[in-house]
Design a protein around this ligand. Structure first.
Ligand code: HEC
Length: 163
């Protein structure tokens, strides 16, 4: 049962619109869907080498930005939390994903947009509420989005793609 590691993620209560989306992803997994599957059951997204490098570059920025947010939270520097989180918001999303719109599956695009919206919300609340516990809770929800997408997709380079 290839989805056996997923239920924990899917049943976790979520406040965002992600619940419906993860359900859609679960269905896609059950139906085999339109995309090929990797050996571990994730859907394979085929990109050119350059497109893959672009997406992975954004991923590394998400990871290092998340680390910077945690470091700022640890010293209750809420202005830095807001700054770091807003750098990972929709601004980044539009730049990073728009020109890959035609090659990425719609559910992947939605999860991508969801994570950028999560970070915009973290930034806004860090500024207004200045409550690090609340921000940590939001960051945890955002990291759940990272995990849901990573459980669902893998990227491979298109055969014969040199660029
Ligand atoms: C919309 C889907 C999606 C979301 C949301 C997402 N990722 Fe990813 N991420 C991927 C995919 C797909 C890969 C490539 C996995 C593979 O090919 O095995 C990846 C790879 C990565 C990598 C490896 C980069 C490299 O150079 O190899 C890191 C680090 C990463 N993600 C961090 C994050 C973090 C942190 C978040 C959340 C803050 C996040 N990702 C959110 C889809 C996503």
């Amino acid at each position: 049962m290839k989805n056996s590691i997923l239920p924990g993620l899917f049943v976790q209560p979520q406040k965002s619109a992600l619940a419906g989306l993860t359900f859609a992803l679960a269905l896609a997994g059950v139906n085999g869907a339109a995309w090929a599957e990797s050996a571990d059951g994730r859907q394979v997204i085929e990109l050119t080498a350059a497109q893959r490098a672009h997406v992975l570059g954004e991923m590394r920025a998400l990871l290092s930005g998340t680390q910077a947010i945690l470091a700022a939270l640890a010293v209750d520097d809420m202005a830095a939390v807001a700054g770091q989180a807003s750098a990972l918001g929709m601004n980044m999303g539009h730049k990073a994903e728009n020109h890959l719109h035609d090659v990425l599956p719609p559910a992947f695009m939605q999860l991508g947009m969801a994570i950028h919206l999560d970070f915009d919300r973290i930034a806004a609340d860090a500024e207004t509420r200045k409550d690090s516990k609340h921000s940590l809770q939001q960051l945890s929800t955002a990291l759940n989005t990272c995990a849901v997408c990573h459980e669902a997709y893998q990227i491979q380079v298109l055969k014969h793609s040199k660029k």
